[in-house]
Write a protein that binds this ligand. Structure first.
Ligand SMILES: NC(=O)c1ccc[n+]([C@@H]2O[C@H](COP(=O)([O-])OP(=O)(O)OC[C@H]3O[C@@H](n4cnc5c(N)ncnc54)[C@H](O)[C@@H]3O)[C@@H](O)[C@H]2O)c1
Length: 254
């Protein structure tokens, strides 16, 4: 029960890594607010938590829209009365070389991946600071740290999310709020499936290539990232702030 009595808000909690974080946090005693644009997936996460004996609600939220984030804060306070942990996991997956990327694509990827996190932090800040502090965990990526072919919009957004993490860690330390991010390598999720379908690439080939690119010779699982988020969310990481936790099977170490 490493999050006993804590209230956690997880954006992107309807699927993949976000859903694994919601379920693990609930097993560790947190009451969880699942925030996502996907109502069906969000309901599934809540029902999986409830059937495990946990406590969760779903709030339909597009994090790129600040008025919806403001409603998320209201719903969280109405149901649970505060927030201790905020996980920014929601992401738009927009790829391509710069000449392929439209102004709408840029607005989407930066709107969700960067502004979405800024909106949630800004809107949850008053209640978090009034409650004496908390922990914010942003789900960044190895793409925050390196260039990858034809990944311009996504990597730009994830690089910005890493810098947002560091700047927030500095500015929010005075409120006893720690801000960290996780940089996952290749993790097999619904997001991966969509990427494979969208790019019309061969799934077996993609997974083989992704596996061979790291020391452990496999892709990761959402729960492996959730354990990193649990550490950063809990008081066990009380001296950790402004840091990118790289969880990539050794990909960046080679
Ligand atoms: N899967 C990987 O290999 C991998 C690697 C590195 C980083 N990440 C990061 O991990 C996080 C989760 O990725 P995933 O693979 O689990 O993807 P996923 O597609 O399974 O989950 C992303 C969730 O975000 C939600 N979402 C999208 N736009 C939203 C919006 N505007 N408002 C609210 N919710 C929105 C989606 O509905 C979905 O439920 C993302 O931040 C992603 O960039 C994933």
């Amino acid at each position: 029960m490493r999050l006993e009595k804590k209230i956690a808000v997880v954006t992107g909690g309807a699927s993949g890594i976000g859903a694994a974080i919601c379920e693990l946090f609930a097993r560790e005693g947190a009451r969880v607010v699942v925030a996502d644009i996907d109502a069906d997936g969000g309901a599934q996460t809540v029902s999986s938590i409830e059937s495990d004996g946990g406590d969760a609600i779903f709030v339909k939220t597009d994090v790129s829209q600040e008025d919806e984030v403001s409603d998320l804060v209201t719903a969280t306070l109405d149901s649970y009365g505060g927030v201790d942990v905020l996980v920014n996991d929601a992401a738009a997956f927009v790829f391509g070389e710069v000449q392929d990327v439209t102004a709408d694509d840029w607005a989407k990827v930066l709107g969700v991946n960067v502004l979405g996190a800024a909106h949630t932090v800004k809107n949850f800040l008053p209640t978090m600071s009034d409650n004496g502090g908390g922990s914010i965990v942003n789900i960044a990526s190895i793409s925050s740290l390196i260039a990858q072919p034809a990944f311009v919009p996504y990597n730009t957004s994830k690089g910005a999310l890493l810098q947002l993490t560091r700047c927030l860690a500095l500015d929010l330390a005075k409120y006893n709020i720690r801000v960290n991010c996780i940089c996952p390598g290749s993790i097999y999720t619904a997001g991966t499936e969509r990427h494979i379908q969208f790019e019309k690439i061969d799934k077996a080939e993609f997974l083989k290539e992704a596996s061979e690119s790291n020391f452990l010779k496999r892709v990761g699982e959402p729960i492996e990232i959730a354990y990193g988020a649990l550490f950063l969310a809990s008081d066990e990481s009380s001296f950790v702030t402004g840091t990118p936790l790289i969880m990539d099977g050794g990909f960046l170490a080679q």
